[in-house]
Design a binder for this molecule. Structure first.
Ligand SMILES: [Zn+2]
Length: 388
């Protein structure tokens, strides 16, 4: 199993509604108490470093104004017309790339202006208590690394802040790339300017955005009805342009954009697209983050992608307690939490379906006054008895 390539693939079967465990976790107060027990419970002897690894998904970024495109049933309910681009389409088709980059161009300003929300800040504060060992995120918005630069973040599906060349793997700053796109597409730059002035791209309110004919998707792109994507231009990789890889050619069209006569130098966002394999070093890093921790906390993910689901399965197989905070169903969740008693404290794991921006700050509030006491208590519990 571990030698299989990991691929990012969507999963769209509707998911059943969750069973709340323990039953006390159906209220905010009960859920926060159960999570407090979960995150401060002493680790079973010899299992991990005593800390928690977090796995976060789109649900944690919703409050930053980015749509959670899977909806509550694990399907693409919020934006029915949205279909993510597949890696094979992007790498094979110039037309698909024009469409992708045009939408990404319009969505970038909004993504760039949105910022970590209360939930990311709460994760940062949890990190300061020493309770967390690392954060694995499926999100590509860089909010975790912005909110907690010193608490380790592993980006399972890459990040939008860079582009990467498919031929030479050189990475470039996405902001600089945006300027190149503006220069190559002056009429689009004017359109973007107008949209920004109208407020359609800057409002946090999805209704207001929709009423202006725009939808922002979680990968940071924007749907615009009735536009001709085929006029869009995108630049070639500067490294490959200067020095094309052996046996390839990289050419520009009259406007200075990547020409379809080229056979290399294509730039891609540094995200793992659907149908693309997760790089070996990322796979290893996230697996060791699971292996070294003592328990796993899932925040705002329906585990719809196999690459995320199998990480939780890995932790479960190691006998580690699992806690899931997600609105709506989670793929295969019964096998992660079914063995937990409905009247337990939360230390063995839990499942709740409440908003993260309510649960996480309250959890931090509950823990903070006792943090110093808590770490003393924990050390005490590991003191060997004097007669041994
Ligand atoms: Zn290159």
């Amino acid at each position: 199993m571990t030698s299989m390539p990991l691929m990012r693939i969507p999963y769209t079967t509707p998911l059943p509604s969750p069973t709340i465990i323990p039953s006390s976790a159906s209220t905010l107060q009960g859920a926060v108490a159960a999570l407090g027990d979960f995150i401060t419970a002493p680790a079973r002897s010899g299992v991990g470093n005593g800390k928690t690894v977090i796995l976060s998904g789109a649900g944690i970024s919703v409050a930053s104004g980015l749509a959670d495109y899977r909806g509550t049933n694990g399907t693409y309910t919020l934006n029915k017309t949205y279909r993510p681009i597949y890696f094979h389409e992007f790498s094979a088709s110039h037309e698909a790339r024009k469409r992708y980059w045009a939408r990404s161009y319009l969505g970038w300003t909004n993504l760039h202006r949105s910022s970590p929300n209360k939930s990311h800040v709460a994760v940062a504060n949890l990190g300061k208590t020493g309770l967390l060992s690392s954060v694995i995120t499926q999100n590509v918005d860089s909010f975790h690394s912005k909110a907690h630069p010193t608490l380790r973040t592993l980006e399972l599906h890459g990040y939008l802040r860079s582009t990467v060349c498919l031929s030479c793997r050189t990475e470039y700053n996405r902001d600089e790339f945006q300027k190149d796109l503006s220069n190559l597409n002056p009429s689009w730059a004017t359109f973007l300017d107008e949209m920004l002035k109208s407020g359609a791209l800057t409002t946090e309110n999805p209704e207001a955005r929709r009423s202006r004919g725009l939808k922002t998707n979680p990968d940071g792109d924007v749907d615009v009805p009735d536009v001709e994507y085929t006029t869009f231009r995108y630049p070639a990789c500067p490294v490959c342009l200067k020095n094309p890889p052996k046996g390839t050619k990289v050419e520009l069209d009259d406007d200075g954009a990547w020409s379809s006569t080229s056979t290399a130098g294509v730039l891609k966002p540094a995200v793992i697209m659907f149908g693309e394999s997760i790089p070996g070093h990322v796979k290893l890093a996230v697996e060791s983050a699971i292996d070294e921790a003592s328990r796993m906390l899932i925040l705002g993910s329906s585990l719809a992608t196999y690459s995320a689901w199998r990480l939780v399965k890995r932790a479960k197989e190691q006998g580690k307690p699992i806690a899931i905070v997600n609105i709506g169903g989670v793929r295969g969740e019964e096998q992660f939490v079914a063995d937990i008693s409905s009247d337990s404290s939360g230390a063995q794991g839990l499942r709740c379906s409440l908003p993260l921006e309510d649960v996480l700050p309250a959890l931090v509030g509950n823990l903070s006054p006792d943090t110093s006491k808590w770490s003393t208590m924990r050390n005490d519990s590991f003191q060997p008895a004097p007669w041994r």
